[in-house]
Structure formats: structure tokens, C-alpha cells
Design a protein around this ligand. Structure first.
Ligand code: C2E
Ligand code: MG
Ligand code: MG
Ligand code: MG
Length: 275
């Protein structure tokens, strides 16, 4: 069957396609060895206070550079890692590296107030997330309040014990953000019960903010919701000054996006933000 698909135009080993045409099984095989082969690394994207331009945090974003495939984008390998269970190993590596990097920046004299790390639902389902995060914080010596974990609405709503794990994480001192907020379904009543600190307005609502009245309305509603629930709100995917001005005007003073910086390697972040 794989062969037949290959004849139907699937191209194997096409570096310029970033793994697009590579058969799933092959990609899976490569992915499983990616950590031991040192092909996995992190990029860091700044989060800033809009009015002052001050650095308020960074988000760690995982990257996979395969010698033949080149840079494989997360949307190609994260779902695969989730399906195969490899995400647990990968997620643990990401957490460890992110926390270590925070300590290195501190030693180099760069004060990064916090680092945000994405978590997948599979890392919750295992039931060990609180222990895993606690152990990594102890090992690396990073202060818990400097770590923020990003979860999605669907993770919260579809994981049986999500509230227990989120409470557990809160108890050890890490903060939580809801990523891509507004794209999923979450019960506000449920949200209220949870020790979550931050809502991240999804990039899709920011994109056409000055031209699409519906997106505008949604963004404003999320900012208001954050205010009334005493949550901090940050906008994702801010690319223009107009978008930043709109956010500021409506009471959102935190942003992440190409306007402030693309995800970059740790040393570039250091160079850019070192005073
Ligand atoms: P996300 O967590 O919502 O991350 C934000 C994504 O938006 C990143 O894509 C980032 O590069 C991109 N982005 C940031 N600013 C802008 C902008 O101004 N314009 C545009 N067009 N894009 C912007 P990336 O790095 O490709 O990551 C995609 C997704 O993959 C992430 O979305 C997250 O869901 C997932 N992901 C990345 N790293 C990890 C990880 O370590 N663990 C898990 N479980 N998922 C991860
Ligand atoms: Mg995220
Ligand atoms: Mg997001
Ligand atoms: Mg997203």
C-alpha cells in the first residue's frame, strides 16, 4: 500500500518538502531516534509588554532538524509524536532543556522573567506530570514561578483528571496558561475553578483584527473575560503596529509575535535582549 501511494506522487526523501512527502512510518522511525541523535532543539520567542517593550517571558518551541529531511515543522511531527506516545519522551526533553536554558541565561546575566512550555494532552493522561515537572525543577534549580505551562482548552475539557493535575502543578508553584484561547470549547464555569493565570488569545483572532469585526469582537471579549476573572491576557501572532495599538487600546498590554521577534536560538535571544 505504501508502494502504491508512492507511485501516486508521494516523494520520499525530499528535503525541500520538510518531510511533507515522507511516508508516515518512515517519519515515525526517524522521529523515535531524533533525541538520541541530537536532532531536537529549542527556539525561543519573546513575550513583551506592549507599551514599554520590556521582555516579560519567552515561549520555548521545539524544532526537529533531520539530516535528510531538513527542518520538519512541529505541525508535522507533534501530532505523530502524540499518536505514537513519543510525545512523553519529547515533552520531558523539552521541559528539561527549557528549564536548563533559563538557568544558563541567568548565569549569563539575562533576566528572563518566565519561560512558557507547551504541554500535550498525552503528557497529562499518564498521571505523572506533577512528579515529572517537580523533578525537573529540583534537578535544574529553576524557581517554580519562572515556569509557565501552556495547555489547550481541549486538553482541559477532555482529560478526566485535568483539574487534579492542574491543581497539583499550581501547588508546586508553576503557573498555567491556556493556549490558542477561543478556538476550542471550554466551559467558563470550569475555567473559574481552575488555578490558571493566563489566557493566550489565538493568533487567528489577531490576524485580521483591524478589518474583521467578528475577530475584533472576539478579541475584545477575551480581554474583558480576562479582566473580570483576574487573569492576565496575552495576544499571539502580533505582526503589525496596528494590531499592537488595537490591543493596547482595548486593555491588553502583552503580546507575542513576529513584530517583537521570531522564535530564535538561545544565543540570539541573549544577544537581542541583553542590556
Ligand atoms: P503555539 O504553542 O500556539 O505556538 C505559537 C506558534 O505560532 C509557533 O509556531 C510560532 O512560531 C508561531 N508564531 C509566533 N508568532 C507568530 C506571528 O507573528 N505570526 C505567525 N504567522 N506565526 C507566529 P511553531 O513553532 O511552528 O509551533 C506550532 C505549534 O506546535 C505550537 O503552537 C504548539 O501547539 C506546538 N508545539 C511547539 N513546540 C511544542 C512543544 O515543545 N510541545 C508540544 N506539545 N507542542 C509544541
Ligand atoms: Mg504555545
Ligand atoms: Mg498558541
Ligand atoms: Mg497555536
Amino acid at each position: 500500500q505504501a508502494k502504491a501511494r508512492g507511485r501516486n506522487g508521494y516523494r520520499l526523501y525530499a528535503p525541500e518538502m520538510s518531510g511533507e512527502g515522507v511516508a508516515r512510518l518512515q517519519l515515525e522511525t526517524y522521529l523515535r531516534r531524533s533525541i538520541e541523535k541530537n536532532e531536537i532543539f529549542l527556539h525561543y520567542q519573546p513575550q513583551v509588554e506592549i507599551d514599554t517593550g520590556r521582555l516579560i517571558g519567552v515561549e520555548a518551541l521545539v524544532r526537529w532538524n533531520h539530516p535528510q529531511l531538513g527542518l520538519v515543522p512541529p505541525f508535522r511531527f507533534i501530532p505523530l509524536a502524540e499518536d505514537t506516545g513519543f510525545i512523553n519522551q519529547l515533552g520531558q526533553w523539552v521541559l528539561q532543556e527549557a528549564c536548563r536554558q533559563m538557568v544558563r541565561w541567568q548565569q549569563a546575566g539575562l533576566d528572563v522573567p518566565k519561560i512558557a512550555v507547551n504541554l500535550s494532552v498525552r503528557q497529562f493522561e499518564r498521571g505523572t506530570i506533577v512528579d515529572v515537572v517537580g523533578a525537573i525543577l529540583r534537578e535544574t534549580g529553576l524557581a517554580p514561578h519562572r515556569l509557565q505551562l501552556e495547555v489547550t482548552e481541549s486538553l482541559i475539557m477532555n482529560t478526566g483528571d485535568a483539574l487534579a493535575y492542574i491543581n497539583g502543578l499550581h501547588a508546586i508553584g508553576v503557573s498555567l496558561a491556556i493556549d490558542d484561547f477561543g478556538t476550542g470549547y471550554s466551559s467558563l464555569a470550569y475555567l473559574k475553578q481552575m488555578p490558571v493565570q493566563t489566557l493566550k488569545i489565538d493568533r487567528s483572532f489577531i490576524k485580521d483584527i483591524s478589518t474583521d469585526v467578528n475577530d475584533e469582537a472576539i478579541a475584545i471579549a477575551i480581554i474583558q473575560l480576562g479582566k473580570s476573572m483576574n487573569l492576565s491576557v496575552i495576544a499571539e501572532g502580533v505582526e503589525t503596529d496596528e494590531q499592537a495599538a488595537f490591543l493596547l487600546r482595548h486593555g491588553c498590554n502583552r503580546a507575542q509575535g513576529y513584530l517583537y521577534g521570531r522564535p530564535v536560538p538561545s544565543d540570539e535571544l541573549l544577544q537581542r535582549w541583553q542590556s
